[in-house]
Design a protein around this ligand. Structure first.
Ligand code: GLN
Length: 378
């Protein structure tokens, strides 16, 4: 057969987690917590199963969950999304992203992405016959150069993908970014896919600029969100998409034939759990403490810490320490020192290597301490 994705191998998250398991290394590669989700949440899911929520959910998701999502979005961002027509429950963030792209990207449509970028965007665009227009952001700040974005735009530009807080760099969009973005999409009629799975992980008292907040952006945006990241339950693969009704209608045309619907008891349990807004109120502080603890430990190492404004990833530069490729070093540190990380070159379609590794700090303090102890030896 002729491959539809000849340049694509197995995702780096699978590769590094498998290596970590094989070598019994501490796994700070793939982004997931090593602590469990709240007992109350698993109790509510178990109750939902016992209560008989075990058949197909409605295609767009249980109404009780869509309502809670709508309430949460209004509370956080002052934006009202109609649960009936503007909210769809998905099998995690990645499925929501894929579905949104397949709903609106036609062959030869151009999609602008900012690299380093989550590794699903580019292959998904290509599978739709779209053209990836990637703009590489420069370390250490990774700011979006909006003048260059303007130059990338043609009459085929269909969409811009944003991810704030950004994986892997932990940068967040500022109000100035929002203004620049608004001016561009408004004049060119461009759609937005806003991957906001780390919406609650924004630190130092800064604000998350959800597309939902800004009417001019909201009306052209698919916003994708993850309960796995929100509730420390990445294995449940439940998330959702928000979009205005005209876009959501197209989204659901694909969703119904991709997954049809998402598992019912998880939805019922999460809907119950979400009734208490305190279940997410403490997240920024909880993760900021982990970030600070991990950074403090690593400040004694030979790595150079990059800034981390959000997400649960800390990037470090090893420039001057060794000339190895980042993939080689990530593998060697896993094998020789017992700590797995993600080489940031995996987030570039051209494989650009700035000698930076990404560590996930969504871990128990003892895990972070043990990892730091090992990393001090590198
Ligand atoms: N978003 C997670 C990360 O960056 C991984 C998601 C996945 O493995 N599909 O680590």
């Amino acid at each position: 057969i002729t491959s539809k994705l000849p340049q694509t191998g197995t995702t780096i998250f699978t590769v590094m987690s498998a290596l970590a398991a094989e070598t019994k290394a501490i796994n700070l590669s793939q982004g997931f917590p090593d602590f469990d989700c709240a007992p109350q949440l698993t109790k509510l899911v178990a109750k939902a199963m016992k209560d008989g929520h075990n058949q197909y959910a409605p295609m767009a998701g249980l109404m009780s969950l869509r309502e809670q999502i709508s309430i949460k979005t209004e509370k956080l961002y002052g934006a009202v999304y109609n649960p009936d027509t503007e909210v769809t429950v998905t099998a995690g963030g990645t499925q929501a992203i894929y579905t949104a792209l397949s709903a609106v990207i036609h062959p030869n449509d151009e999609v602008i992405i900012f690299e380093p970028a989550y590794d699903s965007y580019a292959p998904a665009i290509k599978l739709m016959g779209g053209v990836v227009k990637s703009l590489e952001l420069e370390p250490p700040d990774y700011r979006i150069p909006w003048d260059m974005v303007k130059r990338l735009i043609t009459n085929k530009t269909r969409m811009i993908i944003l991810n704030s807080p950004q994986n892997p760099t932990g940068t967040i969009l500022s109000m100035a970014d929002i203004d620049e973005l608004t001016a561009i999409v408004k004049s060119q009629d461009i759609l937005i896919l806003s991957d906001e799975v780390y919406e609650h992980l924004v630190y130092d008292g800064q604000e998350h600029h959800s597309m939902a907040r800004y009417p001019e952006l909201r009306k052209r945006s698919f916003i994708t969100v993850s309960f796995g990241k929100l509730f420390h339950a990445t294995g449940w693969k439940v998330g959702y998409c928000l979009a205005p009704a005209n876009l959501m209608q197209e989204f659901r045309k694909v969703h119904q034939f991709l997954v049809f619907s998402v598992n019912t008891p998880m939805q019922a349990g999460i809907a119950d759990y979400l009734k208490d807004e305190n279940v997410y109120a403490g997240l920024p502080d909880f993760f900021q403490q982990k970030r600070d603890h991990f950074r403090e430990g690593l400040s004694q190492s030979r790595f150079k810490l990059l800034s981390c404004q959000g997400s649960y990833f800390q990037c470090v530069s090893y420039q001057g320490l060794t000339d190895e490729k980042d993939t080689d070093l990530a593998i060697r540190i896993t094998n020789e020192f017992g700590v797995a990380s993600i080489p940031v070159s995996a987030f570039y379609s051209k494989g650009t290597d700035h000698h930076i590794l990404r560590f996930c700090f969504a871990k128990r303090q003892e895990t972070l301490d043990k990892a730091v102890e090992r990393l001090l030896k590198v």
